[in-house]
Ligand binder design. Structure first.
Ligand SMILES: C[S@@+](CC[C@H](N)C(=O)[O-])C[C@H]1O[C@@H](n2cnc3c(N)ncnc32)[C@H](O)[C@@H]1O
Length: 187
């Protein structure tokens, strides 16, 4: 038996909240795995808005989703989600860090990640979920991870339930391992 990766865990959690006809946001489109996953869940009657700063990421994802009319891709930072999407939405996924097989110098940064998380949390409808996969292991990753953990810790507990999945962080290697934070908005 192998443990599920945190990206798989994020999918398991989102699956419980997102149904055909639902609305979702992929805040970090990257190679499009999460966008495609969300698009399959909502089906042609739903809608997925995907955001990424990098044209290369949007282009790769467009190739994967070109036959899915429910997918709307934006070459735009997630800090601007609120300009294009009105709530309520059922699920928002963040997968931080850099684009795998892409430009590793373009990373998510707390200065834009935190405002984007704030907007995302406010867009969630009752029963909706916000997931964030965090990578502390690359340069700048530990600082972003600490800021994101603090942000989730400060979410109002009368409105959101918050969970943290990851290794126990008992060894140096575990400090670098990715982890998942998720928040449900109370119905
Ligand atoms: C780890 S990758 C995402 C992987 C993706 N979810 C997938 O399924 O393949 C992180 C992505 O965040 C993007 N990114 C960095 N800063 C961003 C920002 N301010 N707004 C939106 N995307 C950003 C990067 O360009 C990169 O493609």
């Amino acid at each position: 038996m192998s443990l599920p990766r945190v990206t798989e865990l994020a999918h398991l959690l989102v699956e419980r909240c997102l149904k055909p006809g639902g609305r979702a946001i992929d805040a970090t489109v990257g190679n499009g795995h999460d966008t495609l996953f969300l698009a399959r869940l909502v089906g042609p009657g739903g809608r997925v808005d995907g955001f990424d700063l990098q044209a290369a990421a949007i282009e790769r994802t467009r190739m994967k989703t070109s036959e899915l009319p429910q997918v709307h891709l934006h070459t735009l930072g997630h800090e601007r989600i609120g300009e294009l999407v009105a709530g309520p939405v059922d699920a928002v996924m963040f997968n931080l860090g850099y684009l795998p097989s892409g430009d590793k110098s373009v990373i998510t940064l707390p200065s834009s990640t935190l405002p984007a998380l704030e907007t995302a949390a406010n867009l969630l409808g009752g029963g909706g979920i916000l997931t964030t996969v965090v990578y502390p292991g690359h340069e700048g990753g530990a600082e972003e991870a600490a800021a994101v953990v603090r942000w989730f810790q400060n979410l109002a507990r009368d409105c959101y339930r918050v969970v943290h999945f990851g290794p126990l962080r008992a060894s140096p290697a575990e400090h670098d391992s990715p982890f998942l934070l998720a928040a449900w908005r109370e119905g």
